[in-house]
Each structure stands twice: as structure tokens, then as C-alpha cells.
Design a protein around this ligand. Structure first.
Ligand code: NDP
Length: 387
């Protein structure tokens, strides 16, 4: 099997690299990264990749130097990323963070590759387009987000039309028990203390605000084509159950596993088979108890906002994601407070409601990109007047 990894130097990329390194029946075509060229070069040498691409033109020389004498081709820039996605490949990991991950995924599908999708922004901003592209080329998208992989696995052998509800779990993050007054003063360092998962910076903060769960509700809708009312989120602090599927006869199938992304990545890599994976096995007696609680919409408004976005559809997902990215940047940069992120996203969506583009159901990559830009500009303007 020939594989490529987009976003190889990130958290998902490293977990994918770990699994690939253990296999001798896989050829690595392309590995891509951003600024961490030293690590990208190490990975490319270790996996004997055909090609290594950095997304940044100004990183080309450093990558070229790091791979001198290795026989690995080197390229840089957005066009080079697209060209890498067009190289004949059987399986492509989409693990670039943010909207930059969209275009390579589309190109991979267009050449019929199986797309292992970690980049949640692809489904949130352009879900119907992405699913249609896969269908057009008879290509398959396999979910890598742990919750969606869990739903996918619970549905094996089942008929989606018999599904009554899907419940995805949220750990609740580091602020699960914090009061609203305490949340108002939450710092970046505090938001980075995820209790169960080790992940990249942006998704870790999104987990603390429940924006990550908000994106995942939208992903669930787009990937499984369910109505918003069929999709729920529940707080489950132990992160052992990743999702549950409820059927029309009242039965529920739950997916359990240690919080380790190599499970969902490995499942997508080995699908439709299962193979040994280097993940911890659960000791249920030691875990003792699993608990569940309803998310508090007052302290964590992100879930309510995602429901509004699911109802609006059209380009609302693109606006939501863009506003959320600007809000996250503003929080990381110290420009707004923790609770200001939800306020900024809500005000941005509200300000776009009068624009018919927001709910226009006809999506194209260009219109999604235009909405992304419009929402970013709007969010930046609003953020400039927030404290
Ligand atoms: P990281 O921030 O750890 O890694 C992001 C990767 O994308 C890095 O390889 C980075 O390169 C690269 N990158 C950053 N900016 C650009 C750009 N503009 N163009 C091209 N490449 C770029 O992210 P994660 O691995 O945590 O997440 C990746 C995606 O997977 C996200 O969409 C996230 O929501 C999703 N996801 C992550 C999970 C997790 O456990 N981490 C779980 C489920 C989904 P470099 O570092 O070299 O600059």
C-alpha cells in the first residue's frame, strides 16, 4: 500500500508516523509539514519517503539542506502541497490543522485515494462538497476523529436508516467543574491542561471551551447525514467511551478504548481489517466507574452555537469555523478572554445573518473560501472592540 501523510509533524501526524514505522508492507509517498522542517526531514529519512513538502516557501532551503544526500525529493509552498496530493497513493492522512487542510483532501479524493480524515475543518466548512467529491470518484473517507471513528465502528453491519440517535462524548476538559466567574479569568496555560488527551495546542484549547465538541457535532451531521436532533453530546470525564449509537429498538452500541489516537488512525489504516495496534488495553475493574453528565450551556455556549449552525447549514459551517479560528488566535494572543471566544463567534454569526450567502445551500470551494474570508474579517473587526 502507498500512503501519504499531510501534517506529518503534528500530533496526529506523529501518531500516524509511529504506526507507519512499525510496518514493512507500506511505501511512503509524500510527507508534509509546516515550519518544523527538522522533524519532517527525520520522518522522511526514517520512512524513505519519495517526497517531503513544507507548506512555507521560506522553509525550502532548510528542508533541502536537512535532506541532502537522502534521495528524498523536496518541495515547498501551497502548490507543492496540492501536487503532492495528486501523486498516486492508496491512502492519505489529512492531518493539517485548520482550513489549509481542505484542498489537499479534495485532490486526494479526486485521484481515488482513501482519505483518512482528521482535519475536522474539511467536514465542518465543506461537508456536502467533500462527501460529493468522494462519491464522484468512488473514493472513501474514513473518519479519524476518535468519536466519529467510534460511531463508524458501531455501525459496521448496521443500516444507518435504523439509527435513532448518535451520542458523542466530551471529557469536559480542564474547566469541567469551574464556575462561570472562574472561567472568565481562565488563562492560556490553564486551558492547555487537558485531563486525558495529548493533542496539538489549538485542539486542546478548543476542547477546554467545548468548541471542539461543537465542531464534532457538525462533523457527525455531515459525515453520517443525520438530522441535528439525532445528534447529542454528553460529558464523560473518563474518555473511555468515545461515542454511542442508539437504534430504533432502543439498543445502544458503545465504543470503548483507551484515549490514544493511534486506535482511530490504525483502524482507518487497516480498514476493513483489524490488526494489532500498540494501544493500552482497558482494565475495567481498575477504571471502576464511568460517569456521564449533561454539558452546561451557560458556561459552555459553543454547543448551542453549533446547533444554530447545523440548522442554518449552507455556508454557516465555514463562517463558524473561521470565526472560531480568529477567536482562538485572539485568546492565544491575549487579546480576548476565555469566555470572549464564544461571544466573538456568536456576534460574528449574528452579524452575517442578514447576508444571504450565509445560508446559500449551493457550495463550491470558492464560495466556502469567500465565506471563510468574510467571517475572518468580520470577527477581527469585532474582536478589535472587545476586551
Ligand atoms: P498540530 O497543530 O499538532 O499539527 C498540525 C500539522 O499541520 C503540523 O504538521 C503542521 O506543521 C501543519 N501545518 C500547520 N499549519 C499549516 C499550513 N498552513 N499549511 C500546511 N500545513 C500546516 O495539529 P493536530 O495534529 O492536533 O491536529 C490536526 C488536525 O486533526 C486538526 O484539524 C485537528 O482538529 C484534528 N484532530 C486532532 C486530534 C488530536 O488528537 N490531535 C484528534 C482529532 C482530530 P508544523 O508543525 O511543521 O508547522
Amino acid at each position: 500500500m502507498r500512503v501519504s501523510v499531510f501534517g506529518a509533524t503534528g500530533s496526529i501526524g506523529e501518531s500516524t508516523f509511529d504506526l507507519l514505522q512499525r510496518r514493512d508492507d507500506i511505501e511512503t509517498v509524500a510527507l508534509t509539514g509546516g515550519r518544523n522542517v527538522a522533524r519532517l526531514a527525520e520522518q522522511a529519512r526514517a520512512l524513505r519517503a519519495e517526497l517531503a513538502v513544507t507548506a512555507h516557501d521560506d522553509c525550502y532551503d532548510a528542508l533541502k539542506e536537512a535532506l541532502a544526500g537522502s534521495g528524498v525529493e523536496v518541495a515547498a509552498g501551497t502548490e507543492a502541497l496540492i501536487a503532492a496530493a495528486e501523486r498516486p497513493t492508496d491512502w492519505v492522512m489529512s492531518a493539517i490543522v485548520g482550513a489549509a487542510g481542505l484542498a489537499p483532501g479534495f485532490r486526494a479524493l479526486a485521484q481515488g485515494a482513501t482519505l483518512a480524515l482528521a482535519n475536522k475543518e474539511s467536514l465542518v466548512t465543506a461537508g456536502p462538497l467533500l462527501m460529493a467529491e468522494a462519491a464522484r470518484h468512488s473514493a472513501r473517507i474514513l473518519p479519524v476523529d476518535s468519536e466519529h471513528s467510534a460511531v463508524f465502528q458501531a455501525l459496521v453491519g448496521e443500516d444507518i436508516s435504523q439509527v435513532e440517535r448518535v451520542i458523542i462524548t466530551a471529557s469536559g476538559g480542564p474547566f469541567r467543574e469551574w464556575s462561570k466567574a472562574a472561567l472568565a479569568k481562565a488563562t492560556l496555560a490553564e486551558a492547555m491542561q487537558h485531563p486525558n488527551w495529548a493533542m496539538g495546542q489549538r485542539i486542546t484549547i478548543d476542547s477546554a471551551s467545548l468548541f471542539n465538541k461543537a465542531l464534532e457535532l457538525i462533523e457527525t451531521r455531515e459525515y453520517f447525514d443525520l438530522e441535528p436532533a439525532q445528534i447529542e453530546a454528553v460529558v464523560h470525564p473518563q474518555s473511555i467511551i468515545h461515542a454511542l449509537v442508539g437504534f430504533r429498538d432502543g439498543a445502544m452500541m458503545a465504543h470503548l478504548g483507551a484515549p490514544d489516537m493511534r486506535h482511530a488512525i490504525g483502524y482507518a489504516l487497516n480498514w476493513p481489517e483489524r490488526r494489532d495496534l500498540p494501544v493500552a488495553r482497558l482494565d475495567l475493574a481498575q477504571i471502576g466507574a464511568l460517569s456521564f453528565e449533561a454539558p452546561d450551556p451557560e458556561r459552555f455556549p459553543a454547543l448551542r452555537l453549533s446547533r444554530e449552525v447545523m440548522e442554518l447549514r449552507g455556508h454557516a459551517g465555514a463562517a463558524f469555523n473561521a470565526a472560531k479560528e480568529i477567536a482562538l488566535d485572539a485568546f492565544i494572543g491575549g487579546q480576548i478572554r476565555f469566555l470572549g471566544m464564544a461571544e466573538l463567534v456568536e456576534r460574528t454569526i449574528d452579524s452575517l445573518l442578514s447576508d444571504s450567502c450565509l445560508t446559500d445551500p449551493v457550495l463550491a470551494l470558492e464560495t466556502v473560501a469567500a465565506m471563510d474570508q468574510m467571517a475572518r474579517q468580520r470577527a477581527r473587526a469585532i474582536a478589535a472592540h472587545m476586551d
